[in-house]
Design a protein around this ligand. Structure first.
Ligand code: HEM
Length: 347
């Protein structure tokens, strides 16, 4: 689809949206009581998921049959192999043996034609680790923080980025929103301070929520999860970026995977007292104690249809032993929002 540059500009702004301890062995970890169960609750939803999804689509130019975010991406398959330490933190069966993985790398936002060179835009990594007992799904981004703290704030963030009649968002409205909501600027600032990744496999990804891992004896550990690229941080210089076409990630990945798997270490960053468990706009210090939970190895590209048939639901598809935060309002709302997006693109 042909796009005008103002709409592209609006899309890049909108795309920046999803751009994206204590070990508790036998001791109650920070925040554990408040979030020992996954949140399903409508009580935490201070804005309608359908309205948010509509705003995400509008901010990206209202394309048909695409995802509300991560519209441009590559479907993949691989495997997850847990570390020996993983089953000591969580009783999830996925931490006891190698399991198959369906995954998808993507660009933030709802524009399927977004340039792979776009900045500040998060790269996304969705993955389904399969087991006969049920799946374990994570949907994570190339920044340690998400852009908003509450669903209402996300609705407003996306709404001010909708293109007006001239095809451009209102820069004054965006500025005023940022001034009134300074925490919503952290993600873009973080991305702007780093180079554009040269590869979907050459950048780290973060689950921006605080998860509770529970072991077979019931001991809980609160952690944020991070996927560390074994290829390292492959950033493009300004000159390299200029020389790239708008779509290069898919070819780069094909080439990379022809030589061997692209792998990421899944690392749990353990919470310390006072690390917020309810606010994905705040990063935890990187020097938190880290425990490697395993390695995700991406082996090959998979037909789009494999990833398009369903959504990666990071709320509903968690096993016993891994729970999302009950007190983070951005977590529970992801499930109904992703379902609205799926029904819109499937119909
Ligand atoms: C808070 C942390 C969040 C992160 C890290 C995140 C990240 C992502 C990523 C990487 C994708 C692409 C998935 C794929 O490749 O299939 C995605 C999809 C999507 N996200 Fe999020 N997201 C977050 C929160 C939200 C919230 C709060 C909403 C709305 C309330 C939302 C709305 C969507 C929608 C509608 C899709 C498309 C789902 C589909 O059609 O399958 N996201 N998100």
């Amino acid at each position: 689809m042909q796009r005008s540059s103002p709409v592209l500009a609006a899309t890049v702004l909108a795309a920046s949206l999803l751009s994206g301890g204590a070990s508790a062995q036998n001791a109650a970890p920070p925040g554990a009581a408040a979030q020992s169960a996954p949140s399903q609750g409508a009580a935490t939803q201070d804005a309608d998921p359908g309205a948010i999804v509509n705003a995400l689509f509008a901010a990206g130019g209202n394309q048909a049959k695409v995802r509300g975010s991560g519209a441009k991406g590559v479907c993949l398959k691989g495997s997850f192999t847990p570390s020996p330490e993983a089953s000591g933190l969580s009783k999830a069966p996925h931490f006891t043996k190698t399991v198959p993985v369906t995954a998808r790398f993507s660009m933030g936002g709802s524009n399927p034609k977004i340039s792979d060179k776009a900045k500040p835009v998060t790269r996304g990594f969705a993955m389904r680790m399969s087991d006969p007992s049920g799946d374990m799904v994570f949907v994570v981004i190339s920044a340690p923080v998400f852009s908003t703290r509450t669903p209402q704030q996300l609705l407003d963030f996306a709404t001010v980025r909708a293109p007006g009649p001239d095809g451009k968002p209102d820069a004054d409205k965006i500025k005023a929103f940022a001034a009134a909501n300074p925490e919503t600027t952290r993600q873009a600032a973080w991305l702007n301070a780093r180079p554009v990744p040269a590869s979907f496999a050459g950048v780290d990804y973060w689950g921006v929520h605080a998860y509770t891992l529970t072991d077979a004896k019931g001991a809980a550990t609160v952690a944020r999860l991070k996927w560390v690229a074994n290829a390292g941080q492959l950033g493009l210089t300004d000159d390299e970026l200029k020389a790239k076409p708008d779509s290069f990630y898919a070819d780069e990945l094909k080439e990379r995977l022809s030589k061997g798997p692209a792998s990421f270490d899944l690392v749990a960053m353990l919470a310390e007292t006072d690390d917020p468990v309810n606010d994905p706009t705040v990063a935890w210090p990187e020097e938190r104690k880290q425990v490697k939970l395993g390695t995700v190895a991406i082996a090959a590209i998979e037909p789009d249809a494999t990833c398009d048939a369903a959504t990666f639901d990071p709320v509903a598809d968690l096993p016993e032993g891994v729970a999302g935060p009950a007190t983070d309002p951005m977590f529970a709302i992801r499930s109904p929002a992703y379902a609205v997006s799926l029904s819109r693109r499937a119909n």
